[in-house]
Design a protein around this ligand. Structure first.
Ligand code: SAM
Length: 405
């Protein structure tokens, strides 16, 4: 695993290396969770390593994605060889406390880091830079750009309430930031693309940031900086790569795979983690019972259930689950063997999920590289890097693109 600046020169070869790895190891990441209990892994060393993991090990790795990656990646040398985007050392802009009133700690760090990765622009430059802030929320990022770079910011946001709050703050601080209430997916005609030198998007989901990319290309915006997220929120059906290289090397990603690309393993504290384990184990216990009683040996999913159901007793949960499948349960049912089977299966599912997670970041990087290549193919000089630590936000990749006119 070597840290590298992903630049226009290396984007295609890096993307192809990622494509090869994802194709080679597809069996380890491209499946529906819960639907697979028998790993059937083709590599005996992987099966062996996973069988050695105790429940305590599993719990440890579920909580520490870095430790998991370091331990497991040795099983997949080709993953280890992939270059990964680097985090540049940054000097974060100093700002007075009043500028970030109301901005939470992590969001503040993200914004400061985002601003720090932008190419320098003299604060007192006679020429004001016009910046379009995409899906701005309350326009925090735009607020920082207006203050630290003296930019004239147009913050586009669909929610009128957020626009009003953002504007009130901008006026209070006498900043050159205006708000435009618009749906970026359907009201692009109202958005002043051509008046802007730079477009920025922090965590605009799926189709929102891809729309910024296509619009930026259409209007030849000089510079675009995007920290993408939520790749699964992109419209209907399978993922259609944006770049020509991506289309020629299409992985045929399902929505499930896209969702997986941004899924954390365990979020929340001990209580939440225990509840999640209980839920998994109970769902599988119930399904073991259902399979015996219906002789249908395929896993049948259940709808999502209120968390409170997993805090009571198993029999109540099983009644609820059977109702969903139109089945009845005898009052005399003995649950112990099913609970034991469910627990065993849940440990196996968690093992499979651990291995799957080794590939999560690989998949996310592939999606970012496809976006970067799209801009490169449209005539931009592109760079992909990390703008902050993973702990600040797991969506910490950033695409910088400058139009080569
Ligand atoms: C995840 S938030 C990010 C907000 C902000 N960029 C930040 O990082 O704090 C996404 C924002 O996009 C806005 N949004 C969602 N759909 C939109 C659309 N179709 N047009 C414009 N804004 C939209 C949401 O209201 C929300 O404020």
């Amino acid at each position: 695993m070597s840290k590298a600046a992903f630049t226009s020169d290396s984007l295609e070869s890096t993307f192809l290396a990622y494509t090869r790895v994802l194709s080679q190891y597809r069996e380890y990441w491209d499946f529906l969770p819960f639907a697979q209990f028998d790993s059937g892994w083709s590599e005996p060393k992987v099966a062996h390593a996973m069988a050695q993991l105790t429940e305590t090990d599993i719990e440890h790795f579920e909580r520490d994605a870095t430790a998991l990656y370091q331990q497991m990646v040795v099983l997949f040398p080709e993953v280890k060889m992939l270059p990964v985007p680097e985090l540049r050392t940054q000097t974060r802009p100093e700002v007075p406390f009043w500028l970030h009133t109301g901005i939470g700690g992590r969001k503040l760090t993200q914004i400061q880091a985002f601003v720090a990765t932008l190419p320098t622009h003299a604060t007192h430059s006679p020429q004001h830079e016009n910046v379009l802030e995409w899906c701005a929320g309350k326009g925090y990022l735009g607020r920082f750009l207006a203050f630290t770079r003296n930019s004239c910011v147009t913050s586009v946001e669909i929610e009128a309430r957020l626009c009003e709050q953002g504007l009130a703050a901008a006026q209070k601080f006498s900043l050159s930031q205006r708000f435009l209430r618009a749906n970026v997916l359907s009201e692009s005609a109202t958005i002043p693309f051509s008046m802007n030198d730079r477009a920025v998007a922090l965590h605009a989901c799926g189709g929102l940031h891809t729309t910024l990319m296509t619009e930026s290309v259409a209007h030849a915006i000089q510079a675009v900086h995007i920290a993408p997220c939520c790749y699964h929120l992109h419209g209907e059906g399978q993922y259609r790569p944006m770049s020509h290289v991506g289309r020629a090397n299409d992985l045929g990603l399902s929505r499930e795979a896209l969702k997986f690309s941004v899924q954390g393993m365990v979020t929340g504290g001990d209580r939440i983690a225990r509840l999640r384990q209980q839920e998994l184990s109970w769902r599988l216990s119930y399904d073991s019972w259902r399979q015996v009683h219906t002789k249908d040996h395929l896993y049948r999913p259940l709808p999502s259930a209120p968390k409170s159901l997993f805090q009571g007793d198993f029999a109540t949960f099983a009644q609820w689950a059977a109702q969903q499948h139109g089945l009845t349960i005898a009052d005399t049912e003995q649950w112990q063997p099913y609970l034991a089977q469910g627990h065993k299966l849940s440990v196996q599912v968690r093992r499979i999920e651990l291995i799957r997670h080794v590939f999560r970041r690989v998949l996310e990087t592939w999606l970012v590289l496809d976006r970067a290549l799209y801009l490169h193919e449209a005539g931009y000089k592109v760079q992909v890097e990390l703008f902050c630590d993973y702990q600040v936000t797991p969506r910490n990749m950033m695409i910088h693109a400058h139009y080569l006119s």
